[in-house]
Write a protein that binds this ligand. Structure first.
Ligand SMILES: Cc1cc2nc3c(=O)[nH]c(=O)nc-3n(C[C@H](O)[C@H](O)[C@H](O)COP(=O)(O)OP(=O)(O)OC[C@H]3O[C@@H](n4cnc5c(N)ncnc54)[C@H](O)[C@@H]3O)c2cc1C
Length: 428
C-alpha cells in the first residue's frame, strides 16, 4: 500500500506485514517494542488523516477476516478485525442479518471504521462503534486481551474509538439486526424551506440526511425508512446514471472543471439539475446506505451539538458566499445519536455532522481553515478519519475523558509503539 485513498498521505514505512494469525501479530509487536520500533496498522487506508503513517512497520489484517461466530439468539456476530464492510454486508445477509446502520461506502475494514468513529445518519442510531460489544486486541507489549462491555464496564468505552493507539484489534464483536430493507425517498427542496423544516425532517424517518451544493438554493433531502417492501428492478436509465463507470467518470470530469473558480456555480447548478430529483428507491439495507464510490476529493467533517444544526448550515452557506470559496462538491448533513465512547465525536451528545468537501487542490486549504474556525465556533469535534488541523491544545477541553484516555494509553502502550507524528500532535 503506497498511500491512503486520496493519495494526500504517502506511506513511507520500512516493512509491510500481513500476519496470518494473532500469535504472529503478538510476536511482531513484542519484537518491535524490544527494539524501539514503531507500528501503525492500516485497514483499507480510507482515512484522509495521517492516522496510518508509520516510519517502521505498517501492519494490515486482511488475513484476519470473516465471520468467526454468529450468535442468533443474541443477535451478535464476532468477526475478524480486517473484514471489509462490503464482505460483511453479504456474509451477514446470507445468514439473515445486517449492520444496524452504515455510512456511505463499504470499502473500509471493520476495525478501521470503528477506530475513527465512522457513522451513517439517523437521529436514533449511533455510529458503527456503538454496535461494538466486545474486542480482542494485542497491546503495545505484545500481550493479548479480550474485553466486553460486561467484563470491563469502567474502561470498555475507551476502546472502540481509539485511533489504533491502545492496541491492534484482532476480533470485533458486534450487535446486528435481523436483515431489513430500506425505502429511500429523495426530494429536492429550497434551502430555506429545508432549514425551516429541519427539526421535523430529522425526526420524520429512521435515517434522514441532506445534500446540498452551496451555490445552489436547492438541496436534496433523503428520507430513509426501514421497510419490509422488496426492491423493484432498476430501470436502465437509473443504472446508467447512478452506477456505471460512465456516470462516475462524467461526474469526476465535471468536478475537475470545478477547479476553475468561475465554473463552480455553473457546475453546481448543472449537477443539482441532473441529480436532485423526486425519486424512491427500495433495496437491501446496505444497498441503500452505501453509494457508488465517489471521485477522489478532500473531506473534513465536524460533529456539532444537534441544536446548532440550522444556525451552522446557514453560517456555512454565508461563509462560502462571502469568501467565494470554490466549493465544487456536495455538502452533506447527517445526524448521529450520542454515545459513551470516550473519543467519539458524538460523546455525550446527539450531533449533526456537517461536512466540508471539495475536489481538487485549488482553494482547499483556505476553505478548510475557514470551515474549521466556523465549526469550532459551534463547539464542533472533527471526524478522526477526515482532514483537520487541530492540535493537542484543543482536545482536552472538548472531550471530558481525554486525560483518562491518556492514562489508559500509558498502560496499554507504555513505550509509544503505536505512535506516529499525528498521534504525537494529538496526545503530546
Ligand atoms: C469515499 C469515502 C467515503 C467515506 N464515507 C464515510 C461515511 O459515510 N461516514 C464516515 O463516518 N466516514 C466515512 N469515510 C471515512 C472512513 O470511514 C474512515 O476514515 C475509516 O476509518 C476508514 O476505514 P479503513 O478501514 O480504511 O481504516 P484506515 O484508514 O486504514 O485506518 C483508520 C484508523 O484505524 C486504525 N486501525 C485500522 N485497523 C485497526 C486494527 N485492526 N486495530 C486497531 N486500529 C486499527 C488505524 O491505525 C487508523 O488509526 C469515508 C471515506 C472515504 C474515502
Amino acid at each position: 500500500m503506497k498511500s491512503n485513498w486520496l493519495g494526500n498521505i504517502p506511506f513511507q514505512h520500512k516493512h509491510f506485514v500481513q500476519p496470518e494469525n494473532e500469535n504472529q501479530l503478538a510476536e511482531l509487536v513484542f519484537k518491535a517494542n524490544q527494539q524501539g520500533e514503531k507500528i501503525r496498522v492500516v485497514g483499507a487506508g480510507h482515512s484522509w488523516s495521517p492516522a496510518c503513517s508509520s516510519r517502521d512497520y505498517l501492519i494490515n489484517l486482511d488475513k484476519l477476516s470473516g465471520i468467526k461466530v454468529m450468535n442468533s439468539s443474541q443477535h451478535s456476530a464476532s468477526v475478524g478485525a480486517g473484514s471489509r464492510l462490503k464482505d460483511l454486508n453479504h456474509a451477514f445477509w446470507g445468514k439473515g442479518y445486517a449492520f444496524k446502520n452504515l455510512g456511505s461506502i463499504a470499502e473500509q475494514s471493520i476495525a478501521g471504521a470503528i477506530s475513527t468513529g465512522t457513522h451513517g445518519s439517523g437521529i436514533a442510531f449511533g455510529g458503527l462503534s456503538s454496535s461494538v460489544s466486545g474486542l480482542k486486541l494485542v497491546d503495545g507489549q505484545g500481550n493479548t486481551h479480550h474485553f466486553t462491555r460486561e467484563s470491563h464496564p469502567e474502561t470498555f468505552n475507551a476502546f472502540p474509538v481509539s485511533l489504533g493507539t491502545l492496541g491492534i484489534f484482532t476480533e470485533v464483536s458486534l450487535e446486528v439486526s435481523p436483515a431489513y430493507y430500506l425505502r429511500e425517498v429523495r426530494k429536492p427542496m429550497d434551502f430555506d424551506e429545508a432549514m425551516e423544516q429541519l427539526p421535523e425532517l430529522m425526526q420524520s424517518c429512521d435515517h434522514f440526511k441532506l445534500w446540498w451544493f452551496p451555490y445552489n438554493k436547492k438541496v436534496q433531502t433523503y428520507s430513509i425508512q426501514r421497510s419490509f417492501e422488496k426492491p423493484a428492478v432498476k430501470n436502465a436509465f437509473n443504472l446508467l446514471r447512478e452506477d456505471s463507470a460512465f456516470a462516475q467518470g462524467f461526474f469526476a470530469w465535471l468536478l475537475q472543471l470545478g477547479n476553475f473558480r468561475p465554473f463552480v456555480p455553473f457546475i453546481n447548478r448543472f449537477i443539482t439539475g441532473v441529480q436532485f430529483k423526486n425519486e424512491t428507491n427500495v433495496g437491501r439495507s446496505f444497498e441503500v446506505f452505501n453509494m457508488v464510490m465517489p471521485p477522489r476529493h478532500h473531506e473534513s467533517e465536524y460533529a456539532l451539538p444537534i441544536e446548532k444544526t440550522v444556525e451552522a448550515c446557514k453560517a456555512l452557506r454565508d461563509l462560502i458566499h462571502l469568501k467565494k470559496h470554490p466549493v465544487n462538491f456536495i455538502t452533506e448533513l447527517r445526524f448521529v445519536k450520542g454515545d459513551e465512547h470516550w473519543l467519539s465525536p458524538a460523546y455525550g451528545r446527539d450531533v449533526c455532522f456537517l461536512g466540508g468537501y471539495m475536489a481538487g487542490e485549488s482553494g482547499w486549504m483556505a476553505f478548510l481553515k475557514d470551515y474549521e474556525n466556523l465549526m469550532l465556533s459551534f463547539s464542533g469535534r472533527p471526524h478522526w478519519g477526515k482532514e483537520f488541523t487541530l492540535g493537542l491544545q484543543q482536545f482536552p477541553l472538548s472531550y471530558p475523558r481525554w486525560e483518562d484516555f491518556k492514562v489508559l494509553r500509558k498502560q496499554f502502550d507504555p513505550n509509544g509503539v503505536f505512535s506516529n507524528d499525528w498521534t504525537d500532535a494529538l496526545f503530546g
